[in-house]
Design a protein around this ligand. Structure first.
Ligand code: GNR
Ligand code: NI
Length: 182
């Protein structure tokens, strides 16, 4: 099921997500919903807090055009080593229409549980390394705008508040026209 993506600013995006104690069917359903939501939104990753779920669960696919072929499920991910520096122009499904340069480690080593609860380790560079850092940030209540100057962040906050207000007005209008059609 495709879930609704929470738009920043929202308190749920600032909280520290809780570790999963067992990868059971309900976690697998969450992983499936997250993958479906990520592909529908054409993102390269998604963290559970972005659909309002406070759990340390992420999905990543750096080539979402070939849906499902390079899908990664990570439960309780931990970055165990970071190396080098790189700058990438990042976006976020919770901050639509915005993109800014963020400096991060160029290479990371991550430990996590997979779809079946089995531990694995992953060594990543390029976009995958960026996505892993971006998504684990989400689990700790951090978004890419938190890596920007406060001036840039506050400008983006204003635009997101306007976008949310516009969307809410649109929904009210749609509800009203449904009502009058009855
Ligand atoms: O879809 C996404 N694209 C992206 C581009 C550059 C750096 C990070 C990302 S992640 C983002 C999806 C998202 O918001 N995940 O939390
Ligand atoms: Ni994001």
């Amino acid at each position: 099921m495709v879930r609704e993506i929470v738009i920043w600013p929202d308190p749920v995006l600032k909280q520290i997500a809780k570790p999963v104690d067992r990868v059971d069917d309900s976690i697998r359903r969450l992983l499936d919903d997250m993958a479906e939501t990520m592909y529908a939104a054409e993102g390269v990753g998604l963290a559970a807090p972005q659909i309002g779920v406070q759990k340390r669960v992420i999905v990543i696919d750096t080539s979402p055009r070939q849906e499902g072929q390079r899908l990664l499920h990570l439960v309780n991910p931990e970055i165990v080593r970071l190396e080098g520096k790189t700058t990438y122009t990042e976006g976020c499904l919770s901050i639509p229409g915005e993109a800014e340069d963020v400096e991060r480690a160029a290479k990371v080593w991550v430990r996590a549980l997979d779809y079946h609860g089995k531990p694995f380790e992953l060594e990543a560079d390029d976009l995958l390394a960026i996505a892993l850092q971006h998504e684990t940030d989400h689990l700790n209540g951090t978004l890419f705008v938190d890596h920007l100057s406060s001036l840039k962040r506050e400008l983006i906050r204003k635009r997101m508040k306007r976008l949310k207000a516009d969307r809410a007005a649109e929904q009210r209008e749609r509800a009203a026209s449904r009502e009058s059609a009855l």
